[in-house]
Design a binder for this molecule. Sequence first.
Ligand SMILES: [Zn+2]
Length: 391
Amino acid sequence: MTEKTQLLYDRDAYLDRFTAHVTDCRKDENGDHYHVILDRTCFFPEQGGQTADTGRLGENVRVLDAQIRDGVVDHLTDGPLRPGETVEGRIDFAHRFSHMQQHTGEHIFSGLVYRDYGFHNVGFHLSERTVTMDYDGFLTVEQTRSLEQMANQVIWRDLPVLVTWPEPEELALIPYRSKKEIAGRLRLVTIPGVDICACCAPHVRHTGEIGVLRVMSAIRYKGGTRLSILCGKRALDQAVLESGTLSALGRMLSCPTEDLALQVQALMDREKNLSAALEETRLSALMKQAEQAACGRRNPVLTAGPVSEKTACAAADALLMRHPGVCGVLWEEQGKKRVILVSNSVSLRQAAQALRGTGSFKGGGDDACIRGQTEWSADQLEQWLDAYTKG
Ligand SMILES: [Zn+2]
C-alpha cells in the first residue's frame, strides 16, 4: 500500500516551496498527462468544495490539478518525473492566498449565520471564479446585509485564526461546526468568539488579511439561501471593474454615477414610448398598403419590415377584409424573415404542408391561419400561392 502523503499545508498555509521525493509517476490512461506521487506536498488537493492548488514540480513540469485518495495526494502534471528523484515544488501562491482569503471569509460568514440564526452551511464551492455557500434556512436581504457588516467588523478586528488538533475527550466539550463525520484526528479552525469549524483547508493567520468581504448575490435555493461572496483581492478587482463600468455609463449619460438608475429608467421609458409611436406609424402605413393592394391580385403578400407580430397579424386581417384568396404579410424579427398567411376560402393546413415541401418554409397552424419562417420574398410567395390555388 502507498504511504500517506505528508501534508505540509496542514501546518503552514504560507509555505510555498518544498522539496520532496518522487515515489511514483504514471502516464495518464487518456492523454499526455502524468500522475505523480510525492512523499510530502504543499499542493492542497481538491476537497470540501474547494479546487486544488496549481504550480510546478522542478523547472519544467506544471501541476494542473491534485486529488487525494486514502491520504495519498495524486498530482496531475503535464510532464513525467523519475521515481526516486528529489524535486523542488512551488505552488502558485497568489492563487493559494486568494483561496485562503475567500475560504476564511466563508468561515466568518457561516459562523455568524450559525451563531445568530442557527442555519447550517450545507454546501460550499470555491473555484477561480466563484465562492458560493448554501444555508439550510432563508436569510432576508436585511439579514444578509447586516451579516455582511458584521463579517467585515470581524475582519477589521484582525482576530487570530487558530488551527488545533484537540484530543477526543477535549473535542467532546467543544461546540464546533462540521459538514460531515471526519475519520481520524480532527483539525479545528477557531476564530475566537465567531466560529469553530472542522476543516482541512489552508486559512489566513489573522482575519485582517481578508481585507473585505462583499456579498454579491443571495437567492432562494432548495428551501434555504445560496449566497455568493468575494473577499480580499477578488472583491477589489470586482469593485474596480464595476466603478470603471459605472464611470463609462456616467460619461455616456452625462450624470453622476448615483443618478444612473434614474437616467437609465428615463431612457427606457422614452424608448418604450418611441417604439409604440413607431409601431403605430408602421401599422397605419401597412393598412394603407393593404387598401392599395391591386384588386387584380388574388393572393396579395405584403412586406412589412421590422414590425411586431401583432402589427403583422393586424395587417393580414385588414387584407383579408378585401381579398377572398390567401393574404400574407412578411416581417422581420431578430434577423429572421417571418410570415403569416390567413384565408377564409383555402385550407391553409394543407397549403402549409405543400409549402414545407418546397424547403423554403418552416412552420404551421390551422386552416384559417399559418405562421412560420421563410427564405422567400413576398413576390416569390405570392407567385407560389397563385400557382397553388390555381391547381
Ligand atoms: Zn476552512
